[in-house]
Ligand binder design. Sequence first.
Ligand code: MCN
Ligand code: MOS
Length: 779
Amino acid sequence: TAAISAAGSLGLSMQSASASDTATAEPETTDPIEGLGAGRSRGDGKVKVTGEARYAVEHQPENPLYGVVIQSTVASGRISRMSTEKAQQASGVVAVYTHLNSLKINKPTAIADGGAAQSTYTPIQDDVIIHNGQNIGLVVAETFEQATYAASLVEIDYETSPALIFATDEGVEPKPVSKQDIDMGDAQAAMQQAEVRLSQRYTTPREYNMPMEPHACVAEWQDGRMTVWEPSQWVAGAQVEIAEWMGIDVEDVRIISPYVGGGFGSKPVPYTHVALASVASRALKRPIKVSLTRPQTFTGLGGRPATSQQLELGASRDGKIQAIIQRSFSETSLIDVFAENCSKVTARMYAVGNVSAQHQVRPINTVTPGWMRAPGENPSAFGLEVAMDEMAYALNIDPLELRLRNWADKDYQLDLPWSSRRLKEAYQKGAEAFGWDKRIMTPRSMREGRELIGWGMASGTYPVNKLPAEAKIILTPQGKFVVQCAGADIGTGTYTILAQTAADILGVASTTIEVQLGDTELPRAGVAGGSQLAGNVTAAVNDTARRMRDQLLKLASELPQSPLNGTPASQLTLKGDGVQHNLRSGLAVSFARLASLAPAESLTVKGGTFPDDLSQSERDKMVRNLNDMSRPEKFSAHSWSAQFVEVRVDEDFGTIRVKRMVAALDSGRLYNPKLARSQWIGGMIMGVGQALMEEGIVDPRNGRVINNNLADYLVPVNGDIPSITTINVGEPDFEATTMGGKAVGELGIVGVAAAISNAVFHATGKRVRDLPITLDKII
Ligand code: MCN
Ligand code: MOS
């Protein structure tokens, strides 16, 4: 199943892409090297679609055990009685771990405190229940079926206490997240003076990442070392968290994660089932497979928390936004602070000097929420971009025109110039391709038969994050290059773009370069999160490839048996699978021959982007937490987008279909336009799901997620996705990153739900401020 998974999201995208490929501005390359900028297909595509790629839980250790997680069925209280006797006697059962015979699991350090844990909950250490579906036990048996059956025999009684189910429940004690608050100018005074004011509440429900590959691992304790095959967006983070749980040295943990069947922010770090698997493997001295069921993934880890924002906009009659006041909150668990900050784009998108924004978290009985594609930017853009549309109607100004009148020529929040901001080009090219000038402003004024036509637009943005990384390049005896880096490819294209990066420098076809990823034994890299890995690791491989090139030129010119011996390196070039003399054609030495002549150690080259004076342990520290992630200093660097959407609403039934989507996007230089487009439209499709379908429904009686499966938690399928046009308006931005690219992975989703909500308003005259936009809300 896992093999289909990563391709699953892509397959969806490619289907929908076919109708509009002609509309994309990205020609396929004929460049034989297919280096950066070429629209090469994914290097890992074949092994994934043929089922050859081994996902974490498909690893077959010798003599494995199977662990099945037990989850609580109440939201709050304590376990008053737990009887595991029957389970223990069931056939094939090896052990049942609960708080009664508790294996020690240490509390890990939270991401906010410089660690790698999303949640600091430690299972089976006590009898306390803080949310429904909490991991409270592990049944281990010889087969998965035996463990599953035995888990059903465990008897549990609870002493329940009143639970806080929703963030708005009485008794919830909000906590400010003041570090992220915004206080610019004098928002209150400016608001008072504004000629037109609007104040509305915008909400997004609980949403779940739900990658096709569920959360599942294989943990193997051997000779005092822990190896975990775990789908991971960040192997260095997983390594730290597992070491902390187990109380062992970080160096004694290895994470192996070459393929990930999607994560979308749900696999930055391991969750507590991995803690259970790890300590159980150590106790039983056998490898253990633990796979959460799909329903268990709804509570064994957190998705995007529900958010709510009261947003007030004040403007002059001629359409200048003068003040923004925002008060928002998101839900979090009782034990950890996870803030889905609704003001990430509020003070950045437009030229507004007076902004006040405050965000709170509201602890309730839920699993600690986590990242989901564009955490923060996503709900933030939903509120702001619908509010802008509302203001456009209040002022009777075209929504695109209103955005242009509030064009931010710098980052007002940081008071910094933009590194690049081709958002005007995006507005213009997007509008042109969409035909925005034919839009009639009045709602319900465009129709075809029974269908009301709605055209809406919104802006999107995502910041450029940075972290140093390392790489290694090896020349094999066969004369082929192998590129190594610990970074992940979660379906994004890391394998492909790293081969392309090296190909540019080494002068060979990128398809001949092997890339190895996703293993803590490989050179350091940080998280595939915050849409930064591509920039971080292409820069590292670029540096390493240059070092390899210098090395090969030196070997060719200095090795006594080299045909190029004595020729200065400056007169040599890497080309056609070897080193060639620049002037004397035919005088060359192949890489394979060089490899046979050179001492073995000279054929492995390391490089990267860490400052030279950093020690090994300082480098380790940097990739093992998120605090060292940075942004460019002298410039404010972001990706930008303009989303245009057409919806059709059936006047009688209220059904909503997205008919067309056009987006123009600025992600700087594209390392691979085909894969960038795939990322962009993947985000846009996820935005359609967010706008029209996705909603975790929580039972008010017991805090249980009711629709905890992919039949009831709706996401778009091919039939829901229209023709999608993407237009690349980006240009290389070397102020933003070494290689000139900006964020891609999360950009596509930001603003989409707002554009759809705005289109639905245009079609129907109904303003929907609470996602998802289901038909009951517009009829
Ligand atoms: N790229 C490019 N040019 C650039 C930047 C990126 O061509 N200037 C392309 C490359 O193919 C690169 C990809 O876009 O591999 C993503 O690059 P980047 O924006 O740096 O994002 P990351 O590599 O850090 O990937 C993480 C990002 C995030 S944070 C989420 S959430 C998300 C996303 O990627 N989850 C995904 N896209 C996903 N795609 C798939 N298939 N599965 C997920 O789980
Ligand atoms: Mo992405 S939500 O930053 O993993």
